[in-house]
Design a protein around this ligand. Structure first.
Ligand code: CAA
Ligand code: NAD
Length: 287
């Protein structure tokens, strides 16, 4: 198994909001990045947004022109899981659905080299259960980035029941190599941050649903009243309402307390395809 400094090739699966940011970070840290998505349009959007983001950093003088262009060149888009066979570390950032993620881990376990570490960027799902889909549970770990990954300073690491000390140490050092601070959570639903954040977002939906105030006043209240950079409804749109709903369902099912039951308004928005900023419509319109 590669140590953090030996991690040279990183596979990133899912080229959406999170996967594209994770690919950018790994490429800027000098890794060869193999970026995979089931949707080729998502790959094209990811390459455009990563290039724009790195060039913005170069224009601001935070990255040399050469480092910027070299980082872009280090990212290769691929179309099958087989293309990840030489990766030292694979980080999956696909849809927040346990069955779909497990199916991916089954495939990854078959095709990646025996020493590869398999990480999930899941927001809430049990790492132990994802690891149980593989024959290498000691090499499966949660590596939870925050949105937007290039800006947010934290990575939350989650050890499954069988994650080895070596894999934990390698992923912790690799996270530091990406310039992030690390916290470590036990494998409980939603881990640390989403266990606390999502009930707040849900409560904001309840406040809107029950007519306590307008969406603007709820958000302004939390921005100016508690110094949050975004109000909770704006943040929910930014995260993706589908992701928020999936996390709340994992909390509700896993912890068995009705306080995590998703607000009907959130459910209705997701049912209507109002997934937030990424779709141009959520609580707010981004047209
Ligand atoms: N990629 C790269 N850089 C970005 C970016 C992106 N997607 N979005 C913004 N930036 C950069 C901008 O270029 C800008 O850089 P400079 O200051 O060097 O010019 C900087 O970030 C600030 O951006 P803006 O001025 O455009 O906007 P802002 O000041 O409102 O900041 C924000 C934007 C950083 C997103 C800020 O609003 C914020 O921190 N919001 C809260 C984000 C948050 O809570 N994220 C965690 C969500 S929970 C989660 O991720 C876990 C989960 O499982 C759901
Ligand atoms: P997204 O919808 O922006 O992107 C997901 C991408 O995965 C899409 O491009 C989709 O085509 C692709 N995909 C779906 N199933 C696939 C499969 N089987 N194989 C290959 N590609 C597949 O989602 P996102 O917001 O980037 O979230 C991705 C993951 O990261 C989720 O597990 C989510 O919970 C987690 N996460 C999200 C945030 C956030 O703020 N959005 C923060 C931290 C973690």
């Amino acid at each position: 198994m590669a140590t953090a400094s030996e991690i040279a090739a990183v596979g990133v699966i899912g080229a959406g909001q999170m996967g594209s940011g994770i690919a950018q970070l790994a490429a800027a840290a000098g890794c060869a990045v193999l970026l995979l998505d089931a949707d080729s349009a998502a790959l094209s959007r990811a390459v455009a947004s990563i290039s724009a983001s790195l060039r913005r950093l170069a224009a601001k003088g935070q990255l040399s022109q050469t480092a910027c262009e070299d980082s872009i060149k280090r990212i290769r888009c691929v179309s099958t899981v087989q293309d990840l066979r030489d990766a030292d570390l694979v980080i999956e950032a696909i849809v927040e659905n346990e069955d779909v993620k497990k199916q991916l881990f089954v495939e990854l376990d078959k095709i990646t080299k025996a020493s590869a570490i398999l990480a999930s960027n899941t927001s809430s799902i049990s790492i132990t259960r994802l690891a149980s889909a593989t024959k290498r549970p000691a090499q499966v770990i949660g590596m939870h980035f925050f949105n937007p990954p290039p800006i947010m300073k934290l990575i939350e690491i989650i050890r499954g029941a069988d994650t080895s000390d070596e894999v934990f140490a390698a992923v912790k050092s690799f996270s530091e190599r990406l310039g992030k601070s690390v916290i470590c959570s036990q494998d409980y639903p939603g881990f640390i941050v989403n266990r606390i954040l999502m009930p707040m977002i849900n409560e904001a939906f309840w406040a809107l649903y029950t007519g306590v105030a307008t969406k603007e006043d709820i958000d302004t209240g939390m921005k100016l009243g508690t110094n949050h950079p975004m109000g909770p409804l704006q943040l929910a749109d930014f995260i993706g309402l589908d992701v928020c709903l999936s996390v709340l369902r994992v909390l509700h099912n896993g912890l068995g307390d009705n306080k995590y039951s998703p607000c009907p308004l959130l459910v209705q928005y997701v049912d209507a395809g109002r997934l937030g900023k990424k779709r141009g419509l959520g609580v707010y319109s981004y047209a």
